[in-house]
Ligand binder design. Structure first.
Ligand SMILES: Cc1ncc(COP(=O)(O)O)c(C=O)c1O
Length: 391
């Protein structure tokens, strides 16, 4: 269980978020107390917001970053409370658990979500999306870039092209909680209106921050709302001036930001943007290929059986018949590795999830955590199968 770091020895966290964080990020979490409106913190927050433009790959100065205390879920509330009005229709593309929750969130604010579902391990196909978009006027379409319950990757560029062609006024909302920082997402080139994420996944920060980029067009939609936003804490009206002021290095207050977490995000983004972001995506692909090849060599199947549907930040792996997550996960823990159990309601007891993103991937050569995990998986499975007389 040794870790090559200044952190206490601990089993390697390889669930699809939260993930392992660097020593520098851990150190930033221990930053001394600062005033949230004093210049040292205001400067760090302002730089953090500006760095997000690099992470999301937007050069439009009117794209608006938000960083708000909360988790990824708050991103859904921000979208539903600010960009959609009660009674408006939203098309939710479903590739797993998280679309159900996003749809629930829309309903909470009085919007009308329609889910377009695909069989487990697949994603809705473009002709089906086109047909749906032609049937009704949708205010927004949402896509889960990587659904963390299934490991299914959606192709944002192709979807965006289709939306622009068939229903150009529909806002394109990308739930990138399990993708931003690991999967290619080019906010400007892909004409994305909202990309929402959280601090604890591929960005490599502890949990606690909702992070979002909103297009100029979506901010205009917000400004032209007929009804006020349906939330107080999640209202753009309250947060927009705060984000603009911080980025302009001016103190501002609506609700207290978590100062240490913002320092940690600043540290994580500084490291992330040191090299071209394309290299980071390539590295995640390479490691993901290694994981998936080994998983196949062990005779295991993935929920996303078609390589075209497979995420590069995680792998959702079916267990051999008769084995359940509570049998295998402790065997991995014995070997210093933490994976997650299944999450998709219909098959949760049949599979496990391996998150491979952030420092475990970018610093793979030094950390060796991916190979440790693959070895633990092979040995753990063999141990359980032997005990059950399956081998
Ligand atoms: C794709 C996706 N969307 C949204 C969420 C919700 O994020 P949080 O748990 O940080 O609230 C998650 C969480 O894992 C997720 O994977």
């Amino acid at each position: 269980m040794a870790t090559p770091s200044t952190q206490d020895a601990h089993p390697t966290l390889l669930i699809p978020g939260p993930i392992e964080v660097s020593d520098d990020v851990t150190k930033s979490m221990g930053k001394f107390a600062q005033s949230h409106v004093g210049m040292p913190f205001v400067t760090v927050f302002g730089e953090t917001l500006t760095m997000l433009r690099g992470l999301f790959q937007t050069k439009n100065p009117k794209s608006q970053p938000f960083v708000i205390a909360g988790s990824g879920t708050l991103g859904w509330d921000l979208v539903a409370a600010n960009l959609v009005e009660p009674g408006e229709e939203v098309l939710v593309l479903h590739t797993g658990y998280f679309a159900d929750s996003f749809a629930d969130c829309f309903e909470t604010y009085g919007a009308k979500p329609t889910q377009l579902k695909a069989p487990i391990g697949q994603r809705p196909q473009l002709p089906e999306v086109e047909k749906a978009l032609k049937e009704k006027k949708y205010k927004a379409i949402t896509v889960t870039h990587v659904d963390t319950s299934t490991g299914v990757l959606s192709k944002v560029a192709a979807l965006s092209e289709l939306v622009k062609k068939v229903s150009p006024e529909t806002l394109l909302i990308v739930d990138g909680v399990c993708s931003i920082g690991a999967e290619e997402l080019h906010f400007d080139d892909m004409n994305v209106d909202v990309a929402l994420t959280a601090s604890q996944k591929a960005i490599g920060c502890p949990p606690g921050l909702s992070i979002m980029m909103v297009s100029e067009r979506a901010m205009d939609v917000f400004k032209n709302r007929k009804s006020p936003p349906g939330s107080y804490y999640a209202s753009f009206k309250n947060w927009l001036p705060i984000m603009q002021n911080y980025e302009a290095k001016k103190p501002s207050y609506f609700a207290t930001p978590p100062t240490q977490l913002v320092h940690a995000l600043h540290t994580a983004l500084t490291a992330l943007l040191k090299n071209p972001i394309s290299e980071r995506f390539e590295k995640h692909k390479k490691v993901s290929d290694r994981v998936k090849n080994t998983v196949s060599a062990l005779g295991l199947k993935q929920l996303a059986s078609d390589p075209d549907n497979q995420a590069h930040a995680m792998t959702a792996i079916y267990l051999p018949d008769g084995l359940t997550p509570p049998e295998i996960l402790p065997k991995l823990m014995d070997r210093g590795v933490i994976f997650a159990g299944g999450l998709h309601k219909e098959i949760a007891t049949k599979y496990i999830r391996f998150g491979h993103m952030g420092v475990s991937v970018t610093d793979d050569e030094n950390r060796g955590e991916i190979d440790k995990a693959l070895k633990a998986l092979e040995e753990g499975l063999a141990e359980v199968q032997k005990a059950k007389g399956q081998q």
